[in-house]
Design a protein around this ligand. Structure first.
Ligand code: MG
Length: 388
């Protein structure tokens, strides 16, 4: 094939409504709130080429993608869509003064293009290790509105998830809450399902102090938790703070969700700041960048755990040995659905998106491997940003 070229970028913005959804104390964490609703704006990036094949990616909320289009479009038009490694390195350098997340959506769309040209799913191009993946039910943050408002409600929900098939459950705790309730939540969920589920807690950097992280970490030890993730308000970036925390508790720590890119991850590992290594296509430069992190972790003898769901992560996890789970969420017993309904149920990250063994499916079609419901997207489209 002669050198193909990228001819046009499109970012399609469409909306869907999430019912019974509000926000907690400072407006950042989305939580259950009866009668409230949120209008979510999602985006699909389409990278057109002169081959007639288009790379497409459901790239996430408009608030995280739209600003990136003009950061990359001038560079990308005319480039060879097969040169992902060159594009990764050029954009990494070119965006060094700003947030580099636009690399992620570009790279995933280019992998989709490649898979479609070759006629195979991305996980097959990446390696091919497994065809289904154990998932954990990842909750919405605790709320004060009767959804996940008490340790008993979290434990009830863990049991409900167990009955569906899940064998792992991750708590996102409360924002701005007394630490005693966080500790009690860990202990109660541990008492109820700790003998049959892998349990994790992700305070999402909400605790004010290292000392509060230590208190919850000790509860995790008592309850046999599988990991403690991003506990306190260092923002998830202190190698030294987490190395000290690791000295004091037995529960493995999961850090590096907020360390964007390969080199920072390796620095974090060698400085003893984490046990599990976090990677993501949004944070780390697409499938290309996230797989570099995954293989770096493998080289250190560590496991990588991908942040959040989505088809791109199903392909990545399907292609690596050293990963335990797929993160399915976010979930709350009283929120019926929160994802844009553009994929069949087995590829949509809702509560019933797992099989009886608690696994999610790996797409087998070309590229990302699942057709989007373009009738739905067109019917709910609010904008198309085009660069050519
Ligand atoms: Mg997290």
């Amino acid at each position: 094939m002669a050198s193909p070229k990228i001819t046009k970028l499109e970012l399609v913005v469409f909306q869907h409504q999430i019912d019974d959804m509000g926000t907690d104390y400072n407006g950042f964490n989305q939580v259950y709130e009866a009668g409230s609703s949120v209008t979510a704006s999602s985006t699909v990036l389409r990278i057109h080429t002169d081959t007639g094949i288009t790379g497409e990616y459901l790239a996430g909320p408009a608030s995280r993608t739209v600003h990136g289009l003009d950061q990359v479009s001038g560079y990308l038009l005319g480039k060879n869509p097969f040169e992902r490694e060159l594009i990764y390195n050029d954009l990494k350098r070119g965006l060094r003064h700003t947030d580099r997340t636009a690399m992620g959506m570009v790279d995933v769309a280019l992998w989709d293009f490649a898979g479609k040209i070759y006629g195979v799913p991305i996980h097959q191009l990446l390696g091919g290790w497994r065809t289904s993946i154990p998932a954990y039910a990842s909750t919405y943050h605790g709320d004060e509105n009767g959804g996940l408002s008490t340790p008993e409600q979290f434990a009830d929900y863990a049991e409900q998830c167990y009955d569906i098939g899940y064998r792992a459950f991750k708590i996102h705790g409360w924002g701005d809450a007394p630490i005693s309730r966080e500790v009690e939540n860990v202990l109660e969920v541990g008492r109820r399902v700790g003998d049959r589920m892998s349990l994790m807690i992700d305070p999402a950097c909400e605790y004010n102090t290292w000392g509060e992280a230590l208190l919850v970490g000790r509860a995790c030890d008592e309850a046999g938790f599988f990991w403690l993730e991003d506990p306190y308000k260092d923002g998830g970036v202190s190698m030294f703070g987490h190395q000290r925390l690791r000295e004091k508790i037995d529960t493995p720590i999961l850090q590096t969700e907020h360390i964007f890119g390969l080199e920072g991850h390796v620095d974090f590992i060698v400085n003893g700041g984490t046990d599990f290594v976090r990677a993501g296509v949004y944070e780390d430069g697409g499938i290309t960048g996230a797989m570099k992190v995954a293989h770096a972790a493998e080289g250190f003898g560590l496991d990588v755990e991908f942040h959040g769901g989505g088809l791109a992560h199903r392909h990545c996890i399907a292609a690596v040995r050293n990963a335990n789970f797929y993160e399915l969420g976010l979930l709350n017993p009283k929120i019926k659905s929160s994802q844009p309904p553009v994929y069949p149920p087995e590829f949509t990250d809702e509560l019933n998106g797992v099989d009886a063994n608690g696994h999610v499916a790996v797409p087998q079609g070309p590229g990302l491997g699942v057709e989007m419901d373009w009738d739905y997207i067109e019917a709910h489209k609010v904008d198309t940003l085009t660069r050519e």
